[in-house]
Ligand binder design. Sequence first.
Ligand code: IPE
Ligand code: IPE
Ligand code: MG
Length: 249
Amino acid sequence: MNFNTSSSPNQDLEPARLPSHVAIIMDGNGRWAKKRLLNRIKGHEKGVEAVRATVRACRELGIANLTLYAFSTENWHRPKSEITALMTLLKTFLESEEKELMENNIRLNAIGQIERLPGDVQQALHKIMTLTKKNSSMLLNLALSYGARDEILKMVKEIAKKAKIGTIDPDSITSELVCEHLYTKEIPDPDLLIRTSGEMRLSNFLLWQIAYSEIYITDTLWPDFGKDELIEILKNYQRRERRFGKIES
Ligand code: IPE
Ligand code: IPE
Ligand code: MG
């Protein structure tokens, strides 16, 4: 298979200043296929290869947390045939990655409405999450049937219920308490958000968590994304000054 594992000049990267969490909106599979007069599904198949290359690259570079937006709550409105193909690809991916994730000490986690996924996909997901749960070199976090507004609504309902029965005092609700009720409760906020295929929008991804993320949008279509471009983006990230509202230090 044509994985993008070419060795890249990454000596200019400062290991101590790597983002601890990279989140990616993997967009452009359909356009990649259309450009080649292929079926959209071929684009998604090629997109899986870019996922493998990106996971490998992040592990090699030492990124501790990688979140990939693979399927949104809005994506349920696509044609049934495309949804079925995406779910089949997802299941095959989960089954095929066991060895590589174990060998590389990578933990797989999922965020989103997992209960909406087909039963066999849920089973494959639980199997690999259980298998990899003690792995500690990197977290691969897949956003599946994920929508930030859904996540925020879920958090509001949980906190409101606790307030109603008296286990939470509404006056003492903090940002930390909100974070504890999000899918991402165990993960730091993304330092870097990447979107492929040039769209200047967030498409309902991690709205709370990206409050201070650095954003990088590339025109590259997701199936063409790989390690070399990731390194260039990380170099760009390391040249930025993150001020968090303060003045230059
Ligand atoms: C991203 O590629 C994959 C998913 C959203 C599942 P698209 O399928 O959105 O590709 P484009 O945007 O049509 O090119
Ligand atoms: C965002 O891509 C969702 C994922 C990458 C899973 P979309 O292709 O669904 O987003 P829009 O429709 O262009 O906003
Ligand atoms: Mg798209």
